[in-house]
Design a protein around this ligand. Structure first.
Ligand SMILES: NC(=O)C1=CN([C@@H]2O[C@H](COP(=O)(O)OP(=O)(O)OC[C@H]3O[C@@H](n4cnc5c(N)ncnc54)[C@H](O)[C@@H]3O)[C@@H](O)[C@H]2O)C=CC1
Ligand SMILES: O=C(O)C(=O)COP(=O)(O)O
Length: 524
């Protein structure tokens, strides 16, 4: 059974793709609710409240995938999840409109003192002169981070007669022109806008983006909005600039620590706040829950997830194209590991022909995952393969060559260390399947699957016969046999396949035969 824990009040209606899936059991409750033994959880669904830390991951040894029902993944230790081979997916566009609308509502409320005026009316007061506001019309809005939410905010601001200046280092002039916004430098946005709204993720680069120094570069009387993440605007610096009157007001949906306690910013009348409500609409919650539940189901069905933070994005069509090569690369990783069962310090994958046109880094990661499978006692997959190689001091290289050795494509992997190396070459032939076409310099041709024996021997008369006789005497049936040699009378190899794995005793018997050099068993 595949156990999913849906924490952080994820909308149940959206969990339908998982609830109706055979073999999947969904548990609804926080991580400390005790609803399920954390050791059994295969998939964890969260919003922003659950902090997925190293300590929490330690309690979930079976965890394979984390789904963030929302955008920001700053509450998840991505590096730690990646190290452990845990895929992290999010629901990137399910709450865009809700958050943009909320930001716009906050901006209007801030400019017209709506929350402050509202509470006075509720208290029986009628202070019309106290709450003279400002129009949005004609004002310049500065948007920092013009992604999904920033773009939707820009559209709405323009519809209200505002002009929009944008700072986003990753934005092209073309995109800015399409949206009718003015692409500006960070300093220009600071100095030339009346209202500044931040819409970046919280990262090392964006933490404290608006701080003592940069806030001092803003116009006197500027208004600030943060409906992205607490910490993008340094809270203490903001308090200072509100206190000294430089910043006229701020609207905050998010805080560095949520919920904020005795927060200095909340003492100012000119600061309005909501409890992280950007994505809290029925529509957005249904969208993000459905998106992320579908992703977990896709993963459960062994299909490629679309919105992974730590895996390359791949459409189903591309995945279907790459899948046979992916399988071949993984098997080749295992073959190298078993045939060359020594320490290695370098592993190089070389791609040619149609294989070189694919997402080769994904194939190299699969190759590494296969290589490590029987070498280390932890789950290695495409998510953590590079990390594990680095941790073990293995240099991973990737090359493309124009030489396909007469095939439509080849994948060649060379593992080396301590002055020795071993090379395997494989190809994928349409309508025929994967083949290994070269093992350590010997041309050969076999299907990489099942229980194989890789035998190095001297090219002498009778060797093949002796091997066949020993196996026959013990009632072991050889399913297929391939031989290869470089020159007559020199070294040669045999690759045999069997219906069942051979016992250690059987392999020892074969090893004791004359002219046998080494034997490696490979189970694929
Ligand atoms: N208050 C709430 O409930 C919600 C908050 N959010 C927050 O909003 C953030 C943005 O969401 P989306 O627009 O969907 O993400 P997005 O990824 O579409 O947009 C982020 C934009 O920030 C830009 N950016 C990155 N680093 C930057 C930097 N140093 N300076 C300027 N721009 C930079 C990127 O180029 C990108 O265009 C999320 O990361 C999340 O933290 C998202 C949804 C709901
Ligand atoms: O999607 C995001 O990044 C959000 O901040 C929404 O957070 P939430 O799921 O409402 O806790």
């Amino acid at each position: 059974m595949f156990h999913v824990l849906a924490a952080d009040s994820i909308k149940e209606e959206g969990l339908q793709p998982l609830l109706e899936q055979n073999g999947v059991q969904v548990h609804i409750g926080s991580v400390d609710s005790g609803i399920i033994d954390l050791q059994k959880i295969d998939a964890l669904l969260v919003r922003s409240a659950t902090k997925v830390t190293q300590e929490l991951l330690d309690l979930m040894p079976s965890l394979k995938i984390i789904g963030r029902a929302g955008v920001g993944v700053d509450n998840i230790d991505i590096a730690e999840a990646t190290k452990r081979g845990i895929i992290v997916v999010n629901a990137p566009d399910g709450n865009t409109i809700s958050t943009a609308e909320h930001t716009f509502a906050m901006m209007s409320a801030l400019m017209r003192n709506i929350p402050q005026a509202h509470s006075t009316v509720k208290n029986g007061e009628w202070k019309r002169n106290k709450f003279i506001g400002n129009e949005l019309y004609g004002k310049i809005l500065g948007i920092i981070g013009l992604g999904r939410i920033g773009s939707e905010l820009a559209k709405r601001a323009k519809a209200f007669g505002m002009s929009v200046k944008v700072y986003d280092p990753f934005l092209t002039k073309e995109r800015a022109a399409v949206l009718g916004v003015q692409l500006s430098s960070f300093d220009e946005v600071l100095a030339e806008t009346d209202i500044i709204s931040v819409h970046t993720p919280l990262t090392k680069e964006t933490k404290g983006l608006l701080n003592e120094k940069t806030l001092s570069q803003t116009k006197k009387g500027v208004y600030l909005l943060n409906c992205a993440r607490g910490g993008i605007i340094d809270e203490m610096a903001l308090a200072h600039f509100i206190e000294n009157g430089h910043v006229a007001g701020a609207a905050l949906d998010v805080f560095e620590v949520e919920p904020p306690e005795n927060h200095p910013l909340l003492k100012f009348d000119s600061v309005i706040a909501t409890p992280h409500l950007g994505a809290s609409t029925k529509e957005a919650q249904l969208n993000v829950a459905t998106q992320v539940a579908s992703e977990i189901r896709t993963f459960f069905e062994n299909n490629p997830v679309a919105n992974s933070i730590n895996l390359p994005a791949m459409s189903k069509e591309i995945y279907e194209k790459i899948q046979p090569y992916h399988q071949l690369a993984k098997e080749m990783g295992k073959i190298v590991s078993e045939c060359h069962n020594k320490g290695i310090s370098e592993l190089t994958a070389t791609y040619s022909g149609t294989a070189a046109e694919l997402e080769t880094t994904f194939l190299t990661k699969a190759l590494l995952a296969g290589f490590f499978e029987n070498r280390i006692d932890m789950k290695v997959n495409e998510v953590n393969a590079i990390h594990i190689a680095k941790e073990r001091g293995i240099m991973v290289g990737e090359k493309v060559t124009g030489n396909s050795y007469g095939y439509a494509n080849t994948i060649t992997v060379t593992a080396s260390g301590d002055g020795e190396s071993f090379t395997v070459r494989g190809t994928y032939i349409d309508h025929y399947g994967p083949r290994i076409v070269n093992l350590d310099g010997f041309n050969i041709d076999f299907h990489p699957s099942g229980n194989l024996l890789y035998i190095q021997h001297m090219d002498r008369p009778g060797v093949i016969g002796h091997v066949g006789k020993v196996l026959g005497d013990h009632d072991v049936n050889i399913a297929t046999m391939q031989v290869g040699r470089k020159e007559a009378g020199g070294e040669a190899i045999m690759v045999l396949s069997f219906d069942k794995p051979l016992s250690i005793e059987m392999i020892s018997k074969l090893e004791s035969l004359q002219d046998i050099v080494t034997i490696n068993s490979i189970v694929l």
